[in-house]
Each structure stands twice: as C-alpha cells, then as structure tokens.
Design a protein around this ligand. Sequence first.
Ligand SMILES: Nc1ncnc2c1ncn2[C@@H]1O[C@H](COP(=O)(O)OP(=O)(O)OP(=O)(O)O)[C@@H](O)[C@H]1O
Length: 268
Amino acid sequence: MTGPAVAIDCEGVGLTYTAKTGTAVNALENVRCRFAPGKVTAIIGPSGCGKSTLLQIARGFLNPSQGRLRFVTLGGQAAAAPAMATVWQAFNLFPWRNVLDNVAFGLELAGVSRGEREARAKAALAKVDLAGFEDKYPKQLSGGMRQRVGIARALVMEPDVLLLDEPFGALDAQTRLVLQEQLATLVETSGTTAILVTHSIEEAILLADTILVMTARPGRIAAEITVDLGRPRSLATTHHPEYGVLFDRIYGLLRDEVVRAMTTEGEA
Ligand SMILES: Nc1ncnc2c1ncn2[C@@H]1O[C@H](COP(=O)(O)OP(=O)(O)OP(=O)(O)O)[C@@H](O)[C@H]1O
C-alpha cells in the first residue's frame, strides 16, 4: 500500500445499459454506499442485481448514468483515485507463461526492471503459499492454485484497493473453504481495502467488515450490515452464535429478492 487512506463513495449511483435489442436495462438505481479504507466490504445480492456493475464503477471502468463516484480522504477532502487491482473469477492466466512471469506481467507492462519484478513476484507468490511454484505452467496447477496465482498477480501491484469478483466461484467447496481462510488471513494482515462480490453468505461473513445486501435489479442497497465477529476468522467462526444470527438475517433479506430476481429474469 502506497497511497493515503481514501474512501470510495457512491452517491446516488445509477447505471442503465442498452441491450443489443435496444432495450434499456436499468442495472443500478440510487446506490449510496462507502467503501471504507483498510476495510473489507462484501457485496451480496441476487443474480443479475448489478454487483459486478457496481465493482466496475468503483474501479472506474464504467461511468454511472446517474449520481457520482467520489474519492475522499477521511477528513472529507477530495482525493485522487487509489491504485486498484482486480481478481476475477476466470483464472485468465497466460498458458505460455510460467507462474512467475504470469504474476510479473503487470509489472512488466509498467516498465519495472526484470530484477525488481522477479523479486516482487516471488514475494507475492509467497503470500499465497506458492513459493517454489515459480517455474510451473498454469496447466500443471490445480484450480485452487491457479486462483492463488490470480490473487498474487493482483497483490504484486501493491494496490490500495483489491477488487474481488466472485474469486472462488469456479472452485469446489473444499478448495473454496481453504482459500477463503487464506484470503481472510491475507486481508487481516495486509490492511488493504478490499471489495468482494460474492454469492456466498458464508464467504461474506468470513471476510468482510461490512456487508452490502442488494435488492433484485435494479440493484439498490437493501441493508448495510456490520460484521462484529473478531479476527482471525476461519471455519471455526461459523460455529459462533453471532455467525448464525448474521447468516439468518442476510438470508432473510436475500430470499425475497432472489425470488423476485427469478420471476423477472429474462425480462430485459
Ligand atoms: N453490457 C451489458 N449490456 C446490457 N446489459 C448488461 C450488460 N452487462 C450487464 N448487463 C445486465 O445488467 C444487469 C446487472 O449485471 P451484473 O453483471 O452487474 O449483475 P451481477 O449481480 O454481477 O450478476 P451475477 O450475480 O449473475 O454475476 C444484468 O441484468 C445483466 O444482464
């Protein structure tokens, strides 16, 4: 982390896509939320409610159709956009590059010298427990290992903000659990701001300080929930009575919205 503590504020953000048929798709409506610096915010909501769209807006890849995005210091001053890096669900690794060169790719684009990028890529791989795998190629790795390479590739850029778009969605349940625990440790120790899009209530509770529960499309913030469970968190956290209370509350909020999303699916 290099920059000052900067919050990302969504002030009445809305976004309307134009579908290929020409129909307007109202993806987000009047979203008001803050992604606080040094904290993990999870975004959870029914399929198609605009979670990834909100992440793309926070990243600056999409401009809101209504409202605005602001970067502000904790003192309330306008600030420059913090440095961000994204971990995607698809592994997106270059098959012809070994693990080290995959992780170092962003640094290469940024013109960092070979010696420095190799040292930084090795350090990032060590953070995700992949020291010793530098010379392997993606096809030699399991799905979980590939996703850890994907996380290392984002970490190597030393972002102020790490954006995670369903990072474990494509993995089996056991691998997912192990990676959730590892990621929980990583965010706890790094102090990086993180924004996590997930379909998993468990993942949101294990990782986040704040959970934004979204409505069905057009996505709005239905509730902002603070997770007061201590850290470090692990599978054992799921046996904590407060975990059950939080889970039920989030499930209750989501259930109706999921049903609503199912009945409106395909309308756009
Ligand atoms: N480029 C686009 N053009 C038109 N409609 C789009 C476009 N991208 C997304 N949409 C629509 O906008 C809505 C929100 O999409 P988005 O991917 O942000 O939702 P999501 O909550 O991340 O979905 P999921 O949980 O299924 O990944 C969806 O109805 C989607 O079909």
